[in-house]
Design a protein around this ligand. Structure first.
Ligand code: RNT
Ligand code: ZN
Length: 418
């Protein structure tokens, strides 16, 4: 049987449960997911020589990584050609593109330094999300930026944040799509601090100073990302969960961003999504896969990934939750890493959207937990693969793992020649 025939049979099975798979496929095609440029070069960027800092780390030394804007864009294009669904581009400030030996430090960045990214996005009909880069810079060498006790250092980073707001607005105006601007710093201490409040008050005031830059709230959507700890800052993180959530809750227009690698191991973001939806009109996610720590492994189609997608879909929150991938694996083919992660999140969304959520909710509300359990188990073995295959086919990408042949060919012809 070919994909269409398999789909026709599967469609019937889902229809009996009240699920219109044609409508689901049509809808999923329109939902943007942010694809992070930083998987392509191990979070290095183009504006500095030094190592990746900020308490985050890539491990592995797989050959062929992109080292120029042209290579990174070429690699992203290859990866995107193998992913079904709508993409939004996610860029970090350290990916500024300078022409002919020109340079601008982080506090002096301008929209023109990102004109090439705008061109890239527009040609591909994508919006752009943006991130100030508060790491991998000499002014971040103390492990503190916006929370630094030295006012000069804080001001440098505040100016960086403001520059990024202006750039975010430029992205939104150019692409016609609002730009989510995520504020994350690795600020913290390796060992027991003598003052836990002071850095947080400074951090709060610094973010407020950044957000005092005038901008159109319909175009720029700032958010603050929390974290539990980073490498080298194990004892104390300034932007903890409580800090960031409280900041977002008390600053109109500022969203909380949850990265599912940034919590204690038994906490799950899938449970936090509905908790936040009860209070925030909008929120943002970094979708990643932590193994024992914030290891940023490639996102897989695993239980918690599925569970997060479910919480967005069954709460009808697709227009409230900004979804972005955030992982970086340098130990495998980087294009394959991009593709597996993006496809996994697409699968999770598709599965959530083909789940008879209204029926299951009703069983819960009626207290019918016996049937709820039976149905939830039953759903796990529906012919989901046939719906996925049709979705891929309609999006013009290979449905099964044969896409890897393409990546292998690209590795041989392009990556290994670098
Ligand atoms: C780090 C945060 C942050 C970064 C990116 C590169 O722990 O998750 O979002 O991964 O900004
Ligand atoms: Zn993140």
């Amino acid at each position: 049987m070919n994909i269409k025939e398999r789909y026709a049979l599967a469609k019937e099975i889902y229809a009996k449960l009240g699920v219109d798979t044609d409508a689901v496929i049509a809808k999923l095609k329109e939902i943007p997911v942010s694809l992070h440029c930083w998987q392509g070069d191990d979070v290095i960027g183009f504006d500095h020589e030094g190592p990746l800092t900020g308490g985050i780390q890539t491990t592995g030394n797989y050959p062929g990584k992109a080292t120029t804007p042209a290579q990174l864009m070429q690699d992203m294009d290859k990866a995107m050609s193998l992913m079904p669904g709508k993409k939004k581009l996610n860029v970090h400030a350290c990916y500024a593109i300078f022409e002919n030996g020109e340079f601008a430090d982080r506090d002096k960045l301008e929209p023109k330094h990102f004109a090439k990214w705008v061109e890239f996005a527009k040609e591909r009909n994508m919006g752009i999300d943006f991130n100030p880069t508060f790491f991998s810079h000499e002014m971040a060498n103390d492990g503190l930026t916006l929370a630094h006790p030295d006012e000069k250092i804080r001001n440098f980073w505040i100016e960086h944040g403001k520059a990024c707001i202006r750039i975010s607005e430029y992205f939104a105006k150019e692409t016609g799509v609002p730009c989510v601007m995520n504020i994350w710093t690795g600020d913290g201490y390796k060992d027991i601090p003598a003052d836990r409040l002071g850095p947080r008050v400074r951090y709060k005031e610094s973010i407020e100073a950044i957000l005092s830059e005038p901008y159109d709230k319909n175009l720029v959507k700032p958010c603050v990302e929390s974290k539990v700890f980073g490498i080298g800052v194990e004892a104390y993180t300034v932007g903890s969960a409580e800090f960031s959530l409280s900041f977002a809750a008390t600053h109109d227009g500022c969203m909380p961003l949850m990265d599912n690698g940034h919590y204690h191991p038994t906490e799950v973001v899938s449970d936090k999504i509905p908790a936040l939806l009860a209070f925030f009109p909008e929120l943002a996610l970094h979708i990643t896969r932590p193994i024992r720590w914030d290891s940023d492994h490639v996102v897989l189609f695993d239980d918690e990934t599925k569970e997060m997608a479910k919480e967005i879909i069954r709460n009808d929150a697709l227009d409230k939750v900004y979804m972005a991938l955030d992982y970086f694996d340098a130990s495998i083919n980087r294009i394959s890493a991009w593709v597996v992660g993006f496809r996994s999140w697409q699968k999770a969304l598709l599965m959530a959207m083909t789940t008879p959520n209204a029926m299951l909710k009703k069983l819960q509300d009626e207290g019918n937990f016996t049937e709820l359990m039976v149905m939830q188990e039953e759903i796990k073995t529906l012919p989901f693969g046939d719906i996925w295959a049709m979705y891929c086919e309609e999006c013009g990408v290979i449905a099964d793992s044969a896409w890897l042949d393409d990546v292998k060919k690209y590795e041989e012809e392009v990556l290994l020649k670098r």
